[in-house]
Every structure is written in structure tokens, then in C-alpha cells.
Design a protein around this ligand. Structure first.
Ligand code: HEM
Length: 466
């Protein structure tokens, strides 16, 4: 059976991607039709060599090899040209730091995502979700993708800075971050680095947004240091964190880098997951109906609370299936820090090695008819036939997403609260443009909001968390 075939593999095949061009290699294919290019690669081998310009790069196409790469985060470290660009923006934060720094950083930041913090965060999430859903109007056509991104940005900002003092910072984040995010992508993939120094309007706006954000984050860190108490938010943990071995805390610069990293890591990912989910539900009314049945049964018309999360099992399956089909982090890279053998190939230090959660989720051996949206793939009986960690939307190993539980709670609550009150319907212009940028997005996604019932649409007040 498929599972045995996948999990029993102890030797891996190697191949080269066809169709590379002189000097350009596979850059054009990766640039123009990245998802088609990625899903074509497993046919060439378990580990596939391709070229970015004249430079050799590798992609692990087999799940077993991807696990091997993720398990050894010292050898397959963060690094390479994309990360150098990312560091200009998020500094040396969790996502971009190399192995040695990362170990200590992760110990310091992890408590901010401890499960005991979640009820407090869920309360903040509930307030933001409620205010977003209450702003929707019957029959209004709006960009669902803009709405989900604004919501997730507000949630990340408010869980970062929950206090009165932090309210100004959260407002600045909500305003500046979209400008910064647009600039990040351009800078990461711009073929020429002097482009960003030309005083164009977009470069000026980008520089201004960065400066404003830096100032407000630094001011808020200083306010929190003076207050010297736990406000129940992420920043309180970062400011008060101490290394067990040395007793040392983080400097303002280190905290700033983690704040930026979390704001960026926590917004696009959840915003895109929700946008894809609403699109898929509009395409599959029978699945939407089952979701409504669960939400009505569990919530009985009130907003969701922390205690509801374990009962929203179908809601979670819908999200897990969305993440299989459209993982926001669709392509990720590592750089070898020493010579290493992978699938029988000797890779010198400094070799780029990629993995793609998108490619893994589309493996027909593991997921028959992979283009079919089928949340029941994740019923316990069926999921038990899959190898462990068969999809990796949150990555794995020492660099696994630190916000995985936070992100699942946030998307589950948003989906349940929305399904209790609204149906999102397609309009003539509703098309997804599957935009694989820094994160895999839907494009603008215009849809129309219809209240499920007068009573459901009226559920606006009420405190969502206990
Ligand atoms: C659906 C939601 C999310 C998805 C799909 C997602 C995906 C990922 C993935 C794939 C990685 C690993 C990257 C790699 O292997 O190079 C990662 C790392 C990370 N994510 Fe998420 N993420 C999500 C939500 C969040 C949230 C809500 C936060 C914070 C509030 C967050 C913060 C981070 C951070 C800080 C890292 C770096 C972890 C480290 O290297 O120690 N993510 N995320």
C-alpha cells in the first residue's frame, strides 16, 4: 500500500530537472509558473537538481528526504541570498537567524507561545473577529482577501501590544505593515539591489513606513520596560524573558527583530489561509453545509470561545485540508553549513536546498486526487493511514513554526464565527489568481456577504471568550 511504499524507503533516487536554459537555468520556469514547475519535479527523482542562473540548487521531493533535511537544522541551516534580503527587514529574528543564534532565541521567545497564554490571546482574537464581522453589510461585494489580511494583522498587532500604551503601536502596525509587506517581496526578488535606493514613490513610502514602525516599536519596548509587568501579551514576554543559563535578557534591537518577525510571520500566513478557505467553501456548498451544522450545534448562535476549540473538529479538518492544498509557505529554503550527503549526492557547504509544502500536499501517492477539496481525508481513521507529518504547512524540526497553535486557534475561531453569521458567495468577478509570492495568496477575491439568518447576522455583541 502507498504508506508502506513511502515510509519504507531507505534509499532515494536522484535526478536533474529537465528544460534548463543556458545562463538562466530554470529561473524563468520558476518565476512564471512556479507551482506547475514544482509539481513536475518529483517525476525526475526524490532529490532533484535545478539551476538558479548558473548556480546549482536542490529540492527534496520525497517526504522522507524532507524530514531528513528538517531534522538536521544545524547542517541544513537558514542562509543564502534570500535570507540576506529578509534580514534587512526583520533583522536577526527567529525566521532568519542561523543555528547558533536561533537556539538561544527560540528558548527566549517560546514562552510567548506557551499553551497557558492562549486563552488570553483568544479573547483578543474574539474581539477583533467580532468587530470585523460586524462591519460587513448584506449584499456588499468586498475583497475577502483584504478583509482577512486586515483582520489577521489587527489580531497579531493586538496580541503583541495588548495594552492602552500598545494601542498606538498596534494602529501604526496596521497602517505601515501592508506597505512594508509589498516592499519585502519586491526587494527579495529584485534582480538588482541598487533599485531600492532610487527615490521612487514606492521606495520612499517603504522607507517611511519602516522608520515609523521602528520608532513606535522602540518607544513601546521602552514603555514596557518601565512598566515591568506582564500585560498578558507577547511583548511582555519578550521584554521580561531571561536566558536560564546566563540570566541575560534581550536587547532592544533583539526584541525589535523578534517583534517584526512575529508580525510578518503571523499575518500573511493566516490571512491567506482564511481567504483560500472562504473560496473553497463557496466552491463546495455541501462542505459549507456540514461546517454550518457543526458551528450551529457547538455555538448555538453565540460567538466562539476558547473552550469551543476542541469541539470544532470539522472546522479544523476544513482548515487542515486548505493548508494541504494551499500552504501559505509554499517554498522554503535552507543552505548547507558543511559538506553533507543527501540521496547519495555530496553537497558542498553553501548549497541551497529547498522543500515545498505545496509539492508535498499534491503528492498523488499520499493524497489520491490531490486537487479535490476533501476535509474527510483528515478523519482519524483515514489520517492514520498516512505517514507521520505527511503534510508540512508549518515546517518541522527545530525550525517548525512557533505560532502553529496560535495560527490554528485564530483561523478556527475566525472560520467558526464567520460561518455562524455569514455566507460568502462568489460573484462574476470571483476568480483566484493563485499568486505565489512570499506567501501563496488568492489575489483580491471579490465576494458578496449574505447573512445566514437575521438572528445569526445579529450576533454581534457578547464577549467571545470566557
Ligand atoms: C496558518 C498559519 C501559519 C503557517 C502556515 C505558518 C507557516 C510557517 C512555516 C512553514 C514556518 C517554517 C519556515 C521554514 O521551515 O523555514 C514558520 C515559521 C515561523 N512562523 Fe509561522 N505559520 C503560520 C502562523 C504563524 C503565526 C500566527 C505566527 C506568530 C504569531 C508565526 C510565526 C512564525 C515564526 C516566528 C517562525 C520562525 C520559527 C523558527 O525558526 O524558530 N507563524 N511558519
Amino acid at each position: 500500500m502507498t504508506v508502506a511504499y513511502k515510509s519504507s524507503r531507505d534509499s532515494f533516487t536522484f535526478g536533474a530537472a529537465p528544460g534548463g536554459l543556458p545562463l538562466l537555468g530554470h529561473v524563468l520556469r520558476l518565476w512564471r509558473r512556479p507551482l506547475e514547475f514544482l509539481t513536475s519535479l518529483p517525476a525526475s527523482g526524490d532529490l532533484v537538481e535545478f539551476r538558479i542562473g548558473v548556480r546549482r540548487a536542490y529540492i527534496a521531493c520525497h517526504l522522507g528526504l524532507v524530514h531528513q533535511v528538517l531534522r538536521d537544522s544545524r547542517t541544513f541551516d537558514k542562509g543564502g541570498p534570500l535570507f540576506e534580503k529578509a534580514r534587512l527587514l526583520v533583522g536577526n529574528g527567529l525566521v532568519s537567524s542561523e543555528w547558533e543564534d536561533h537556539r538561544q532565541q527560540r528558548r527566549l521567545v517560546q514562552p510567548a507561545f506557551h499553551h497557558t497564554r492562549m486563552p488570553g490571546y483568544v479573547e483578543i482574537m474574539g474581539n477583533e473577529i467580532d468587530s470585523e464581522l460586524s462591519s460587513w453589510r448584506t449584499g456588499q461585494v468586498f475583497s475577502v482577501s483584504d478583509a482577512t489580511h486586515t483582520l489577521t494583522m489587527r489580531i497579531t498587532a493586538r496580541t503583541m501590544f495588548a495594552t492602552q500604551v500598545g494601542a498606538h503601536a498596534a494602529a501604526e502596525v496596521t497602517e505601515c505593515m501592508p506597505i512594508i509587506m509589498r516592499g519585502v517581496y519586491k526587494r527579495m526578488f529584485a534582480p538588482i539591489s541598487w533599485w531600492e535606493r532610487i527615490p521612487t514613490r514606492s521606495n520612499r513610502l517603504f522607507d517611511e513606513a519602516q522608520a515609523r514602525l521602528r520608532e513606535v516599536i522602540n518607544q513601546t519596548i521602552s514603555d514596557y520596560r518601565q512598566a515591568n509587568s506582564d500585560q498578558g501579551d507577547v511583548l511582555s514576554i519578550l521584554v521580561n524573558a531571561r536566558d536560564e543559563a546566563t540570566g541575560q535578557g534581550m536587547t532592544d534591537q533583539e526584541i525589535h527583530d523578534q517583534v517584526m518577525t512575529i508580525l510578518i510571520g503571523g499575518t500573511e500566513t493566516t490571512g491567506n489561509t482564511l481567504a483560500w478557505t472562504f473560496y473553497l467553501l463557496a466552491e463546495h456548498p455541501e462542505i459549507e453545509e456540514r461546517l454550518h451544522a457543526e458551528v450551529d450545534g457547538v455555538l448555538g448562535g453565540r460567538p466562539p470561545r476558547f473552550a469551543d476549540l476542541p469541539h470544532l473538529v470539522y472546522t479544523r479538518r476544513v482548515l487542515t485540508e486548505t493548508l494541504r492544498m494551499y500552504p501559505p509557505a509554499w517554498l522554503l529554503s535552507r543552505t548547507t553549513s558543511r559538506e553533507v550527503e543527501l540521496a547519495g549526492r555530496r553537497l558542498p557547504p553553501g548549497t541551497p536546498v529547498f522543500y515545498s509544502p505545496y509539492m508535498l500536499g499534491r503528492d498523488p501517492d499520499l493524497f489520491p486526487n490531490p486537487g479535490r477539496f476533501d476535509p474527510d481525508r483528515w478523519l482519524p481513521d483515514r489520517a492514520a493511514t498516512l505517514p507521520r507529518d505527511a503534510v508540512l504547512p508549518f515546517g518541522g524540526g527545530g525550525r517548525k513554526c512557533i505560532g502553529d497553535d496560535f495560527g490554528m486557534a485564530e483561523t478556527t475561531l475566525t472560520l467558526a464565527a464567520t460561518a455562524a453569521r455569514w455566507r460568502l458567495r462568489k460573484v462574476a468577478a470571483t476568480k483566484v489568481s493563485t499568486t505565489p509570492k512570499a506567501s501563496l495568496g488568492t489575489g483580491p477575491l471579490p465576494m458578496v456577504a449574505q447573512p445566514r439568518s437575521a438572528a445569526a447576522a445579529g450576533v454581534a455583541a457578547g464577549h467571545p471568550a470566557e
